[in-house]
Design a protein around this ligand. Structure first.
Ligand code: NDP
Length: 267
């Protein structure tokens, strides 16, 4: 993979699953000058051992930042910590990866209450919304840096320049629902990812003038705590695919929902 990703990159939910693998592979596909801000809820906790090890092995490339996306105060503190480190270079890539599907396995109507619904929305929709809102000045700064390099011209959008990637799901596709509802009757999760897709579309429209790209990516059905052991894809293959897709994104992809192989997913 050519070096089409780089600069300052922030990923949420990096202590396990796809987030941890994203940090592992980002280190490999970016250069020594690039930096990964790996966010997780409890950096000192027992669930973040693998991330701490990775950060210790790459002290100049990875900074672990405490971030619970369910709380705006935590988002605010993480934004400040990032701002102090990136300065005028800004943030090139925000990957909103953290997500929950509160009830393991299927979560049918009978097992879904108002509180569970709100909890899933908080992490899967409100968190990514607030994080992008708080980080917007840093994303704008990164986009402007590239404009300066192009003599003040707008230039193209890309994940190297300034972008928001929202990790979504095929289960958020309204069109695909009749095909897969019976396998995964998850009201909270499905509706939250459909909302995340709309949010991506709004961000694409809103931030285009600042040359910030916004795309939703479905990672495939992956062997993680969330995906379960029976999933067909390893996190290594999923992340390799997603990073390759991110590397190739340009103006035409902003506001779209793609899968880990770059195929378009209907709304
Ligand atoms: P995992 O359950 O394996 O990991 C979820 C990650 O999100 C963990 O690091 C977890 O941290 C973090 N997280 C959860 N809540 C919060 C929060 N409030 N603040 C910060 N971090 C939080 O899931 P995956 O790695 O499989 O999923 C990653 C993304 O991919 C999700 O958005 C998911 O919806 C999406 N996806 C996954 C699929 C799959 O098959 N695996 C399929 C389609 C989409 P902690 O350890 O602290 O809980």
């Amino acid at each position: 993979m050519s070096r089409k990703l780089g600069g300052n990159i922030l990923v949420t939910g990096t202590n396990r699953g796809l987030g941890l693998e994203l940090v592992r592979q980002l280190i490999q596909v970016t250069s020594n000058k690039d930096h990964i801000y790996a966010c997780c809820r409890e950096p000192e906790g027992s669930g973040a051992e693998a991330l701490r090890e990775l950060a210790n092995e790459n002290p100049k490339r990875i900074t672990v930042i405490k971030l619970d996306t369910a709380y705006e105060s935590s988002i605010s503190a993480a934004t400040q910590a990032l701002g102090e480190r990136v300065g005028t270079c800004g943030l090139n890539l925000l990957i909103n990866n953290a997500g929950i599907n509160k009830l393991h396995g299927s979560a049918p109507l009978s097992a879904t209450g108002g509180c569970g619904m709100m909890e899933v929305y908080q992490v899967n929709v409100v968190g990514p919304f607030l994080l992008a809102k708080h980080l917007l000045p840093h994303l704008k700064r990164a986009a402007e840096q590239m404009s300066l390099k192009h003599g003040g011209q707008g230039g193209h959008m890309s994940c190297r320049r300034s972008a928001i990637i929202n990790i979504s799901s095929l289960l958020g596709s309204i069109e695909k629902c009749p095909e897969n509802f019976h396998i995964a009757p998850m009201y909270a999760y499905r509706t939250s990812k459909a909302a995340l897709n709309m949010m991506t579309r709004c961000q694409a429209e809103d931030f285009r003038e600042h040359h910030i790209l916004a795309t939703a990516i479905h990672p495939g059905w992956v062997q993680t705590d969330m995906g379960g052991k029976e999933a067909p894809l390893t996190s290594q293959d999923s992340v390799q695919g997603m990073l390759s897709v991110m590397s190739s994104l340009s103006d035409k992809d902003s506001g779209n929902h793609l899968d880990w192989q770059g195929n378009s997913i209907p709304w």
